[in-house]
Design a protein around this ligand. Structure first.
Ligand code: FNR
Length: 184
């Protein structure tokens, strides 16, 4: 079975640690599983006045969500919450009414911060929204990645073998979750 997983990075930073984390996950994907980024940088602010005629970037975003089997949100935490940039993308995904792109779409949330246990609250907020949208989201294991200098190598692999193993185990748990949801 092949699985196409899309990931969304919740950071606008050109040097995003969360994008490096997503790339590290991509490198850990087993045979038959592909990960690719779904960009949200072209989305403006969600506005319900546009529900009848979504702009092209929002239509493209929803088409990309439709084309993948599952979604991973890879997000920083801002001021103990989900970055507005990512919440805005979830709002675009949720509408127009009756065209919720995340309904029944298996998902997971992971995040990297410079602080220990960083992203826990951002992840919890993302899971609340995903649950409301009917997206079966991986609950455990959780992964709160504390990025220290050298955590990623120059090719965005996780440098420490034990940390890489833990990240690989998290991805494997998500793949099993997606397979269970597809079988259900
Ligand atoms: C942060 N950061 C942060 N980290 C955290 O764990 N909890 C928090 O509440 C916050 N708050 C916060 C607010 C703002 C405005 C910024 C810019 C940063 C740190 C942040 O999560 C993190 O270290 C980096 O942003 C890593 O993510 P990217 O942007 O490099 O992917």
């Amino acid at each position: 079975m092949t699985l196409n997983i899309g990931y969304i990075v919740g950071s606008t930073s050109a040097n995003s640690e969360n994008r490096r984390l997503a790339r590290a996950l991509t490198r850990l994907a087993p045979h038959g599983v592909s990960l690719r980024e779904i960009l949200i940088s072209e989305l403006g602010f969600y506005n319900r006045d546009l529900d009848g005629d979504y702009p092209a970037p929002a239509r493209a975003f929803k088409a990309e969500l439709a084309a993948v089997d599952a979604v991973i949100l890879v997000t920083p935490e801002y001021n103990r919450g989900l970055p507005g940039y990512l919440k805005n993308a979830l709002d675009w995904a949720s509408h127009p009414v009756g065209e919720n792109s995340l309904s029944h779409k298996p998902s997971a949330v992971i995040g990297a911060s410079v602080f220990p246990v960083g992203t826990a609250l951002a992840q919890a907020q993302a899971r609340t929204t995903l649950a409301f949208l009917g997206s079966p989201c991986l609950t455990v294991p959780e992964a709160h990645i504390q990025v220290t200098p050298g955590y990623f190598d120059a090719e965005d692999r996780v440098s420490d073998p034990r940390a890489a193993e833990r990240l690989g185990a998290w991805l494997a748990a998500f793949i099993r979750h997606v397979q269970r949801e597809r079988a259900a």
